[in-house]
Design a protein. Structure first.
Length: 69
């Protein structure tokens, strides 16, 4: 009997998922200094903002998105 397991998303698919859900009126800033981790800052129109730092860009994007949605 076969099992239907979900295939893990690639980093590109995860990024597309986050970007496709971001409202156009949110501010998004992504940066990385040479040799450092990624830092992502998002701000909603109501002024609520959140910032995360992570080893990969997608990890930082997903964490900020979860905190603000």
């Amino acid at each position: 009997m076969g099992h239907n397991y979900a295939k893990p998303l690639t980093a590109e698919a995860r990024m597309e998922r986050v970007f496709s859900r971001l409202p156009e009126d949110w501010t998004v800033k992504m940066e990385r200094q040479r040799g450092e981790k990624w830092t992502v800052l998002m701000e909603r129109p109501d002024g609520m903002l959140h910032q995360e730092t992570a080893d990969s860009l997608i990890e930082a994007l997903e964490e900020v998105w979860r905190a603000l949605r």
